[in-house]
Design a binder for this molecule. Structure first.
Ligand code: GLP
Length: 254
């Protein structure tokens, strides 16, 4: 079943409430975080709600999905920078509990192993936020990635580099590789929320609906996870079978 909302603001309100609920129930919650344009309204809304409700996030831990290889944390297009800009810098997080892969490490293989081990030693994440690339990638797990993969280094596909070039000054500046949590790491989350917005993702979602479970479309691995929720706006859901779409009642805007 797909949960369809009128727009990305309505999705953000819904997810902010869910994140707040998780943290209130367990102040030491471990969150799996994502980057990308899709997540920006969600973090903006959560920051606003958390400030208004004085939510205590000081004991929350997080693991981000991925990071570009070769970009320093301070680089404006690194995912580390993104997370500080959109979420971490606005609330009283404990920096030592916030983890992203290190795109500059010289010990990449060891770093990848340590990252997956750290997720496992935290008991897996309570909730994993996910976006999707137009080619079905999750994190940076490109088509063809084995479903039993753990954190690893990937060569980015041309399509992903072109899609992400909008954040860079030129195509040449887009990194060619990245470190990403593996699909097995992602599936170890107790709850997964995939957020898909925009007309340009409508065909990607149609492929999800019509395809089976295949490594050619990495996000179809989510069909193997019993507690996955797929949240879409009307534009991303426009090609889906309407009988598979549920439209939750909307909460009043604050
Ligand atoms: C990047 C990230 C993914 C993200 C995807 C979609 O490639 N590695 O985690 O889901 O972009 O991004 P957007 O939300 O900007 O469409």
């Amino acid at each position: 079943m797909f949960l369809v909302f009128p727009d990305s603001d309505a999705i953000a309100r819904h997810l902010s409430a869910r994140l707040t609920e998780i943290i209130r129930n367990d102040p030491q919650a471990v969150l799996g975080l994502a980057t990308g344009g899709t997540m920006e309204p969600i973090y903006a809304r959560f920051v606003q709600d958390a400030l208004e409700s004085r939510l205590d996030v000081s004991q929350v831990s997080s693991f981000n999905l991925d990071e570009y290889v070769g970009l320093a944390a301070a680089h404006p297009q690194s995912y580390n920078h993104y997370m500080h800009q959109h979420l971490f810098d606005h609330l009283a997080f404990d920096e030592s509990r916030l983890r992203l892969p290190d795109g500059l490490t010289t010990q990449l293989e060891q770093h990848c192993r340590d990252y997956s081990d750290a997720i496992a030693s935290h008991g897996g994440v309570a909730l994993q936020l996910l976006g999707v690339g137009t080619n079905g990638h999750i994190g940076f797990n490109e088509p063809g990635t084995p479903f039993d993969s753990r954190t690893h280094v990937v060569e980015l596909s041309e399509r992903t580099r072109v899609d992400n070039s909008r954040f860079f000054d030129s195509m040449e500046e887009v990194p060619t590789s990245a470190v990403t949590m593996g699909i097995q790491d992602i599936l170890s989350a107790r709850e997964i929320v995939l957020v898909v917005t925009g007309e340009h993702k409508a065909r990607t979602m149609l492929n999800y609906q019509e395809g089976g479970i295949t490594e050619k479309l990495p996000f179809t691995a989510l069909k193997l996870h019993a507690n996955t929720h797929i949240l879409l706006d009307e534009a991303a859901a426009s090609l889906l079978d309407d009988t598979l779409c549920q439209r939750p009642p909307q909460q009043a805007c604050a």
